[in-house]
Ligand binder design. Structure first.
Ligand SMILES: [Zn+2]
Length: 253
């Protein structure tokens, strides 16, 4: 079975053919909410589609309106196995006060992850150092989604026990292919970030993780089945005790 560790299939781009998109291949999809509304939609989707796993979070890009939504989102974390989308985004947010707020909010989610023993799937644009500084203080299990940093930081993620997640854009991104060469295969995940980060500029979709797998297979000179199995095992480690609650998601597809 394939894994899409990070997607947004709740968006309107999938309204016309969501059923087909979600049944094109055998795949587990982690759908990440980015604010209160999309967290609620994510929970709905996970009820409707057994291969959708809900992740609850707040995207750092929307930091300006966090106060209105945070308390309700924190309550939703209780009923999902994964915390996402959370993280730091210094690309869209330049204001230092707002960046500081992003770090505070990320720490709140790390506290929740620690208290509930749930993993965080983290977004980072420009904030990798701060994230890597914070992780050890909370000892949380984590993955960096759509990772686009240096090889050195990727190795640091591995050292901290984290996972580096690769989207299909890897086929047209030399930097990410280089990183994939260096990250031990016990620490890799596949994702799509659908509808973004596709193999080309068109709408990306979960089953495109096959393209990432193909690239990883070439880079690592491994068998496709081996890579797929590794990735599912890695996902199991990321989820820890919460993996078993996915029993129904994993059978009879
Ligand atoms: Zn995302």
């Amino acid at each position: 079975m394939l894994l899409d560790a990070h997607a947004h299939i709740d968006v309107k781009e999938f309204d016309s053919d969501r059923d087909q998109v979600l049944s094109r291949c055998e795949i587990l999809i982690v759908n990440a909410g980015v604010d209160l509304t999309t967290n609620l939609t994510t929970l709905e989707l996970s009820k409707r589609y057994r291969n959708v796993i809900p992740a609850i979070g707040f995207h750092p890009e929307f930091i300006e309106r966090v106060e209105q939504e945070l308390e309700q989102i924190k309550a939703l974390v209780n009923i999902a196995p994964i915390i996402s989308e959370v993280g730091l985004d210094y690309f869209w947010i330049k204001d230092e006060t707002l960046r500081k707020k992003q770090r505070e909010v990320l720490e709140i989610f790390m506290q929740l992850g620690q208290a509930q023993n749930k993993p965080l799937i983290i977004h980072s644009r420009g904030g990798m150092r701060e994230i890597l500084d914070l992780v050890p203080s909370y000892g949380v299990r984590f993955a960096i989604h759509g990772y686009e940093g240096s090889v050195r930081d990727a190795l640091k993620i591995v050292e901290l026990g984290g996972f580096v997640s690769f989207p299909p854009i890897i086929v047209r991104d030399k930097g990410r292919r280089e990183i994939a060469k260096h990250v031990h295969e016990d620490h890799i995940l596949t994702e799509t970030d659908s509808p973004f980060m596709g193999p080309d500029k068109s709408r990306n979709e979960p089953c495109n993780v096959r393209i990432t797998i193909e690239t990883l297979t070439e880079i690592r000179k491994a068998k496709r089945e081996e890579i797929e199995e590794k990735i599912m095992n890695n996902f199991r480690r990321l989820l820890g005790p919460h993996f078993s609650s996915l029993g129904a998601n994993l059978t009879n597809r």
